[in-house]
Design a protein around this ligand. Structure first.
Ligand SMILES: Cc1ncc(COP(=O)(O)O)c(C=O)c1O
Length: 278
């Protein structure tokens, strides 16, 4: 069985709310909390592989940047770090998803639960995402805020069109990202991915894949591309912190039916890195 097809491991789901640990099923926020009432806060989802959160310092740094982008203070690092350790206690060497929420109300929530079991990601339908714009124009662009409604609506629209999920396009027509994942593709032997300066999430998986590809001796390029620029691409890849590398087979009218040597090599490299075998 390949690592990517292993069944989800049994994990006792827990939450730590402002330092208090309890089973996730019993954790609750007041309906009036800013996070519930307005989605006013920022969050992170971190893959835990063999009991180890992958690139946690990078996630914490991005959480701080998301909060600053929406005018909220960074959390006390030592306190949040202690809450993360408390949430991970007893996990052993299992895989899990670690989630951090820092809310405008001041509430901090850390959860540990099984990694989500996701539907296939073989077919993406392009969808407009006018909220993705250069951060110089819209500072909250690319921030992982708790207001993910527009992203989820794009997923629903794509699924209504018969796809598995959406590929988000900016108003200028640039290929950006998925609603919950980064995208990359292979064209003329080069690994291409949208530039962060477009206003997309600065995906940690994307960073890892660019680094892994460079270490494998591949050319990588970050840029601004339209859908038409996918012409001639041979592979299309999606990934996130709690997903393995996925080879996407169709994006709008474009098909990627051939072999996927780059996706396969990157999947193996990322899996090894996540499991500390790098
Ligand atoms: C909009 C968006 N883009 C990309 C990603 C992938 O980011 P990461 O690789 O850091 O999980 C996510 C993850 O949730 C996301 O929500």
């Amino acid at each position: 069985m390949t690592p990517a097809s292993q069944p989800a491991q049994q994990v006792d789901a827990v939450a730590v709310i402002d330092g208090l640990r309890l089973p996730l099923a019993q954790a609750a926020l007041p309906l009036t909390d800013d996070g519930v009432a307005r989605g006013d806060g920022a969050f992170e989802t971190i893959g835990v592989w063999g009991g180890r959160p992958f690139r946690l310092p990078d996630h914490l740094e991005r959480l701080g940047r998301s909060l600053e982008a929406i005018g909220l203070p960074r959390p006390d690092a030592a306190r949040l770090g202690g809450e993360i350790d408390l949430a991970l206690e007893g996990l052993g060497s299992r895989d899990a998803a670690l989630r951090l929420f820092v809310i405008a109300s001041g509430t901090r929530v850390v959860t540990v639960s099984a990694q989500p079991v996701r539907a296939a990601l073989r077919h993406l339908a392009p969808q407009p995402a006018p909220w993705i714009r250069p951060p110089a124009e819209y500072p909250a662009a690319g921030a992982k805020t708790m207001s993910y409604g527009p992203n989820m609506a794009a997923t629903r629209r794509a699924q209504r069109d018969g796809a598995d999920d959406a590929l988000l396009l900016s108003s200028a027509g640039h290929v950006c990202e998925g609603p919950t994942f980064c995208v990359l593709w292979v064209r003329d032997g080069r690994l291409c991915t949208p530039a962060v300066e477009l206003g997309i999430v600065d995906s940690i998986s994307r960073r890892s894949l660019l680094q892994a590809a460079a270490e494998l001796g591949r050319d990588v390029e970050e840029g601004h591309w339209q859908l038409e620029d996918l012409e001639g691409a041979t592979e299309f890849i999606a990934c996130s912190s709690v997903r393995p590398v996925k080879a996407v087979r169709r994006v709008g009218a474009w098909r990627f039916d051939g072999p996927t040597p780059t996706a396969d090599a990157l999947a193996a490299a990322l899996e090894a890195w996540r499991r500390g075998r790098r």
